[in-house]
Ligand binder design. Structure first.
Ligand SMILES: [Ca+2]
Length: 222
């Protein structure tokens, strides 16, 4: 049973209550009367940010607790590492050579100019990650990728991100799709590195999930 998590105040009563307790000691009227107040920040805006931070932090702690029980067969992603066919600028998986299959904990890699694993080249490799996700809430999920180079994300075969081109990791790509509580979906992330530096990160968010790198405990491998 997954612990309760989310941005709704009813789900994280302790973190919300502590922030509200601290805020109650603050005199907003006095603050507003101070000369610098309005030019520096808005009390209610900052209070909202602090509440959200408390809830996100609470969820991170729950993820950390859940991760402590993870094993390779229970958590993580199926990861297939391929060497790209020489000269294939389409980075076609059917033409590439599968070199390694393993379970990765997360998609949070920065390989620099190195190879991603033994037996693979530093340039001209591509990876397919697959996992099953069963959401506890019916809502729209947004996926975020930062990759060097190209990336595609599919949810049950529906493409939500399509950036199959050379790019820098400073570019964040997003795609949103509705998920239904208790209905598992298959999520596939395809990635390639052409030349020089290589990196890949996968995050998500929803109304009840603060944006985060998807943690190990939230993946079930294929
Ligand atoms: Ca690159």
């Amino acid at each position: 049973m997954e612990p309760h998590r989310g941005a709704g105040c009813h789900r994280c009563p302790k973190s919300r209550a502590k922030v509200d307790q601290a805020a109650a000691t603050f005199n907003a009227t006095d603050y507003a009367a101070s000369p610098a107040a309005s030019s520096v920040c808005n009390f209610n805006t900052e209070l909202g940010k602090l509440r959200q931070f408390g809830e996100c932090r609470h969820n991170d702690v729950l993820d950390g607790i859940a991760a402590s029980t993870c094993t390779a067969t229970k958590c993580g992603l199926k990861a297939e590492y391929f060497q790209t066919l020489a000269g294939d600028l389409t980075h076609d998986f059917t033409k590439a050579t599968l070199k390694l299959t393993r379970t990765d904990a997360m998609i949070n890699f920065d390989w620099g100019t190195s190879a991603p694993a033994a037996g693979l080249p530093a340039d001209g490799f591509q990876i397919r990650w697959s996992f099953i996700h069963a959401t506890a809430t019916t809502e729209a999920y947004t996926f975020y990728t930062q990759t060097d180079d190209g990336v595609r994300v599919f949810v049950n075969g529906t493409q939500v991100i399509n950036k199959w081109m050379d790019m820098a990791a400073t570019v964040e790509n997003t795609g949103t799709i509705n998920l239904t509580a208790g209905v598992p979906v298959t999520i596939t992330v395809e990635y390639y590195d052409n030349i020089t530096t290589a990196s890949a990160k996968l995050s998500w968010s929803s109304a009840s999930q603060c944006k985060q790198l998807i943690p190990q405990a939230r993946f079930a491998p294929m």
